[in-house]
Ligand binder design. Structure first.
Ligand SMILES: NC(=O)c1ccc[n+]([C@@H]2O[C@H](COP(=O)([O-])OP(=O)(O)OC[C@H]3O[C@@H](n4cnc5c(N)ncnc54)[C@H](OP(=O)(O)O)[C@@H]3O)[C@@H](O)[C@H]2O)c1
Length: 427
């Protein structure tokens, strides 16, 4: 008996997989209990670095879907259209699939997972969220006795790299982004990462698994990191917080709270210490407290190790297809969520302004937990006539805060817009 594999793509992750497969062939076969053979690779063009001795190569992805010798096809081309067609054809023809592609799952995951179940073939996607961190398997099978109260995660390495460089080295945003691109962390077009969409796609997958709801990216509230300044990060630190781009998923009042946005996290929270391109996912559980998963969210070998975990599970017959979409829950609007907030206000440098901010907040029943007010060099928050005033509020429903902000922004002595960053402190 043998499990025969085909691979679509010859890029970073595929090369990582080829390396791991050749380095761990014997170990792999001893865990699985039979031979695991890479039979075919299809990609747009061959690459001289890839050793494809004894492996059939073609430039036509259809050769993978139609090769009846293959038991499993590993989709590593990325994107949505061609990947969707390939995965669908393989599942329809009774071939199992493994994919590292969160984009195709975010767009077509409900259909593809249903197709896999109908055809009783596996569709593995351990590598699709948080690269080398094994988080899909625990969410699928590791929590039977543990209701998941909440999930929080740093699941976009590019955002985390940029925010770390801004906080630690005071590197301006644009410079940090340029370095991330030079180091291969960020795409040539980084909009998807820094705008939050990449994290939103990954969160939608995690939430679907954790709460048995459909994958629904459009329902994820999404903010990126482009408005953050070095001053914001410095002020947050003075208040005892680190700013991270955070993904949050939980069920509140029978509704799904699903959002990605910059968040102030207390510095003593372990996730606040996850720096550079590292990823982390934390799950607050009913019976095991907070479970933490941290590690490399990307990289050829790290991501390929998650692909390999799926290969081992599927080839050993241990793979259990997750069920998602069994529950239909309402989406909790972002402005109905209660929490504390960081407010960055650019206020006229003259007497009485702080008092009028305080009066407006008090009229809206918003109490102030801390305040920083000082004249300082700024990278955008203030000019000569204005000084930064930073307020940390006590808990308030966001809708009520928004009403106060409209009023504050209409004051002559306050420059609009006021920056609002949510504080997240689940433990
Ligand atoms: N890189 C990471 O660290 C990482 C981490 C987690 C998940 N992932 C996911 O893993 C997947 C692969 O990522 P990657 O970084 O390995 O990508 P990559 O380096 O860009 O490799 C993609 C490969 O697929 C080929 N390809 C693309 N479209 C094709 C098509 N229509 N037909 C035939 N071949 C095609 C490319 O060929 P050409 O280069 O010749 O065009 C290339 O060989 C993506 O879904 C990505 O989101 C990657």
């Amino acid at each position: 008996m043998a499990t025969n594999l085909g691979i679509a793509g010859l890029g970073v992750v595929a090369q990582g997989f080829l390396d791991l497969a050749s380095d761990s062939q014997e170990e792999l076969e001893s865990i699985v209990g039979h031979a695991v053979c890479l039979k075919r690779v299809a990609s747009r063009r061959p690459r001289s670095e890839a050793d494809l001795t004894h492996i059939a190569f073609s430039t036509d992805l259809n050769d993978l879907a139609s090769d009846n010798e293959l038991d499993l096809v590993i989709e590593l081309i990325g994107g949505t259209d061609a990947a969707y067609d390939l995965i669908k054809r393989c599942l329809q023809s009774g071939r199992g699939v493994i994919t590292a592609n969160k984009a195709v799952l975010a767009e077509h995951g409900n259909e593809l997972l249903a197709l896999a179940r109908t055809n009783q073939v596996p569709l593995g996607f351990e590598a699709a969220v948080a690269g080398g961190i094994p988080i899909i398997a625990p969410l699928k099978t590791g929590f039977p006795a543990n209701g998941i109260r909440w999930i929080t995660g740093i699941i976009n390495g590019t955002c985390n790299y940029i925010l770390t460089a801004m906080a630690r080295d005071e590197t301006p945003f644009d410079d940090a982004l340029r370095t991330a691109q030079e180091l291969g962390y960020a795409e040539a077009d980084p909009t998807f990462d820094i705008g939050g969409m990449d994290a939103a796609q990954k969160l939608a997958i995690l939430v679907a698994l954790a709460y048995d709801v459909p994958i629904s990216v459009d329902d994820v509230y999404c903010e990126g990191i482009t408005d953050l300044t070095i001053d914001d990060l410095k002020h947050a630190e003075e208040l005892g917080y680190t700013i991270k781009h955070l993904a949050i998923g939980r069920v509140v009042d029978d509704s799904i709270d699903m959002r990605v946005h910059p968040a102030l996290i207390p510095v003593n929270n372990l996730i606040a210490k996850v720096d550079d391109v590292e990823n982390a996912v934390q799950c607050g559980t009913e019976n095991a407290g907070v479970l933490r998963f941290m590690g490399p969210g990307a990289g050829g070998h790290a991501t390929a190790s998650s692909v390999m975990a799926d290969v081992v599970n599927i080839a050993s017959g241990l793979y259990r297809q997750p069920s998602i979409g069994g529950r239909k829950l309402a989406i909790k609007p972002i402005d109905s969520i209660e929490g504390s907030f960081y407010l960055g206000i650019s206020a006229a440098d003259k007497p009485g302004v702080i008092a009028s901010i305080g009066e407006t907040m008090a009229r809206h029943d918003i109490s102030i937990a801390s305040m920083i007010q000082k004249k300082e060099e700024s990278d955008g928050a203030a000019d000569d006539a204005h000084i930064p005033v930073v307020i940390l509020t006590n808990a308030i429903v966001e809708r009520e805060l928004n009403q106060a902000l409209v009023e504050l922004e209409s004051l002559e002595d306050i420059a609009a817009p006021i920056k609002k960053i949510r504080v997240v402190d689940f433990e």
